[in-house]
Design a protein around this ligand. Sequence first.
Ligand code: SF4
Length: 682
Amino acid sequence: GKGRRWEVKKVTTTCPYCGVGCQFDLNVKNGKVIGVTSTDGEVNGRALCVKGRFGYGFIHHPDRLTTPLIKKDGKFVEATWDEAVDLIVKKIGSIKEKCGPDALGLLSSARVTNEENYLMNKLARAVIGTNNIDHCARLCHAPTVAGMATAYGSGAMTNSFAEIPGADFILISGTNTTDTHPVAGAMIKQAARNGSTLVVVDPRKTELAKLAKYHLQIKSGTDIALFNGLANVIIAEGLCDKEFVNNRTEDFEAFKATVAKYTPEYVEGITGIRAETIREVALGYAKAKNASIFFTMGITQHICGTHNVFSIANLCMLCGQIGKESSGVNPLRGQNNVQGSCDMGALPVVYTGYQSITVEENRKKFAAAWNVQELPAKIGLTVGELLGECGKSIKGMYIMGENPVISDPDANQVMHELKKLDFLVVQDIFLTETAQFADVVLPGASFAEKDGTFTNTERHVQLVRKAIEPIGNSKPDWEIICMVATAMGYPMSYGSAAEIMDEVASLTPSYAGISFARLEKGSLQWPCLSADHPGTKFLHSGKFARGLGKFHAVEHIPPDELPDNEYPFILSTGRRRYHYHTGTMTQRTGALEVFYPTEYLEVSCPDAEKLGVCDGDRVRVASRRGQVEVAVKITDTVVPGLVFTSFQYPDVPINRLTNPARDPISKIPDLKVCAVKIDKVG
Ligand code: SF4
């Protein structure tokens, strides 16, 4: 901090960036956040990554939206809250009247609090009358939620970070953890240094891959073959946990029959990993005392994303490596509150706590609590479906805290679709690339300006505390939603965020015991079933959430778009340590953009030679859908034939190239593999 210590107020709160959920103190002087210092966080201790430590400058950035805006003749003009809300009510009302409630779609946000997501879900379902609500979890862990919920009965991380040191075998698949979840990455590094066997499955040579005992540098999109291959060895060697399989699972025989053909030699042909290595890793996993698997988008962002998750879920059950301390499957959720926004029902088919909208009893329960005659039973549209229907069945959208113009695949098409809407509301803290398309922009308050809770990736519900007053005329998102709902004729008012959580708890068994009063004393991990329930450290002890764990027989399928003569490279995308998601916050901190000012394309040395490019040369990367220019970085992180960059720099809008082909089950797009060509510029 820059202020004298006695002038500085410290407010303990939760990091607004990644799903690790570190806690820190915002240092406040004269109503301004002037620094971040460590506190004793329950998840992170005193550790913070560069984003948490230095990424606060966006809070007072001059670009912050400070007043509602209404577009007139193609230009935004400042408006009062009354004018903006009146226009929203009029436009949404007339779309609803003419075309019905399902002509409207809402995107909620993994960046805002649980309480705000809960109210967005209520606004969609009880006030507008549609289940057309989704958010960017569709682009990250929709396959996890779909896959693990079907296999185990719950889509969440089965274990906690505190259990990492107890795992003698750690398998990391498709996660560049030291960049995307740095504090968790540090814990994994520490475990490896203390003797845990570390295995990394990744087409890229990440920092953890360099540290690992085994780096399985598989060909992109061949995960199912690999996991089936590991299972094949374990069954052939008689190492499966028969007691666990017999007592706690079902559908084993079909799975066993399917993996029979995935011998190590067969799998070597698909993945490029030596048969002998596959054997060694399989034996290591099966014989480990406690084995933990971690995965992220390298598993999920494929047209077979849900099947990838099934293949991991199968392996755990086969060896009984789940339902106990330090053993299980741990999908690391990306955004600060993406676990919470799913928990709060910002999804087209569930209310809070994954209570399905298709069950009449649930609809009746929520209708009674929300004081409406009935709630819609028709399953809503996902993000991709909503965007695809713009101008067709979808006439109006309300987007809170999301930036699909940068984050979603085939971004040229996304922009084209948004233009077709009759009416678009965007609620955000900056005038994002998506907000530019809006008819009305509402200024939300940042995490520093409001109370609420975030749920981190290991199901820890933690307090977000107000440190300063909202900037300018901005308002906390929950207050804005209340204003809009009330103006639409559905009176919605709460004295505080705590009151909203009380309502969530009353309707949601897994959050039933959670209240702000308890959270003041310490965070709670759901399921937390009653006021005296201590919360749950690891899941599926003694029994899976769905009863028996379910095996799924899944086959390898190739990615939707593979290289050919015209587009000879595979492009894969991801994230960088210094930036967050579409960069709206981290590119405005006065610090992180100095550490990492621009984006580049990772190219292998042999490919650089072939292309005739040196480090720093600019290239044009083109797919069948679009093109961008970017500087080259020659690196051994990628193998020949593979190039990599992040989607986090608006000046390198790489999602204009990516493939919108989707997993038929979870509707996640294949962001990890698309075919591109590369030419030197000039
Ligand atoms: Fe924030 Fe994640 Fe970094 Fe922790 S690891 S400080 S939660 S960005």
